[in-house]
Design a protein around this ligand. Structure first.
Ligand SMILES: C[S@@+](CC[C@H](N)C(=O)[O-])C[C@H]1O[C@@H](n2cnc3c(N)ncnc32)[C@H](O)[C@@H]1O
Length: 287
């Protein structure tokens, strides 16, 4: 029997267009492909690339616990590796960003003596950086799961952009199909204490495909529990204040005195009226 192996890849959000050449190669050349993607275009792309492809979507049906679903998916992936097959597990976005079964399958496969690796992909955060014009190099960037942000009492730093994932499932251990207003109200309450009333945030959804537009909805924090938020929504909280510069530290590092003022000037020249630009609708070829 051949030694099984596992390659985990991501599809990004482009309906197939953000799949890297390495990921496409891994999908096409594997003996079994198992995939979890939310859109029909990517689903179609994967099936066309490899006839052994099998969706993992049914693992979510009728389940009470998301965590049990993740463990079952992990075991299902490994069952094909243990049969000696070259397996490719495909997840949307980056396969290692907010994906439990991908990391878990690689760890377990390694422990059982199989070769296992992950290839990078385009995550929702990468799309957000492009669509909202956020460069983590300017102010840093804090990124948390929304539930983790609340229950671990993450300390506020209102000078740094904040990205909260899985806001549509905040505080939920199941796969929510109802409206989760109560927990969103709690999230809004905590953010309001940190940022104050009137702070504008963005409900963001990357476009699933080159012919679609992203969802970019500006709201005030007070409205968080009132507007539609879906399981694919990510919340972007822009910084409220300018960061403080420790001039003594800058001097200790031997930096020129005018380095930061010059950089701040340069940044403000490019700053639109809002801290991020609204993208224009993308032209649709042939329309
Ligand atoms: C299970 S994680 C999957 C993340 C994915 N692996 C990635 O790399 O972006 C699901 C969370 O990702 C974010 N997400 C998924 N699809 C998105 C989209 N189209 N736009 C923005 N965020 C999205 C949301 O925060 C959602 O709750």
């Amino acid at each position: 029997m051949d030694a099984g192996s596992l390659t985990v890849v991501g599809t990004g959000f482009g309906g197939g267009g953000q799949i890297t050449a390495d990921a496409a190669n891994a999908i096409a050349s594997s003996e079994k492909v198992l995939y979890l993607v939310p859109d029909a275009d990517t689903d179609e792309w994967i099936r066309a690339a490899n006839p052994t492809s099998e969706s993992l979507g049914d693992f979510y049906l009728g389940r009470a616990s998301r965590f049990e679903t993740y463990l079952d998916i992990t075991e299902h992936i490994l069952s094909f590796v243990r049969r000696g097959l070259r397996v490719c597990a495909v997840f949307y976005g980056h396969p290692g960003v907010f994906v439990f079964p991908s990391h878990e399958a690689i760890i377990r496969a390694g422990e059982e003596g199989f070769t296992a690796r992950m290839l990078p992909g385009v995550s929702a955060e990468d799309c957000l950086f492009s669509d909202l014009g956020v460069d983590p190099g300017r102010r840093g960037c804090r990124t948390f799961d929304a539930t983790d942000f609340l229950v671990r009492r993450r300390q506020p730093d209102v000078t740094v952009p904040l990205i909260l994932w899985q806001v549509g499932a905040v505080g939920r251990t199941d796969y929510p199909r109802d409206d989760n207003r109560a927990n969103l109200a709690i999230l809004a309450e905590v953010l309001l204490m940190q940022y104050g009333a009137g702070h504008e945030v963005v409900i963001y959804e990357a476009a699933f495909g080159p012919r679609r537009d992203p969802v970019i909805e500006f709201i005030c924090l007070e409205q968080l529990a009132e507007v539609p938020i879906r399981l694919i929504s990510t919340l972007y909280v822009p910084p409220r204040d300018e960061p403080v510069i420790d001039e003594q530290m800058a001097a200790r590092l031997g930096m020129p005195e005018d380095f930061f003022p010059r950089r701040i000037d340069a940044a403000s020249r490019y700053r639109p009226s809002r801290p991020y630009a609204q993208p224009k609708p993308r032209p649709v070829p042939g329309r």
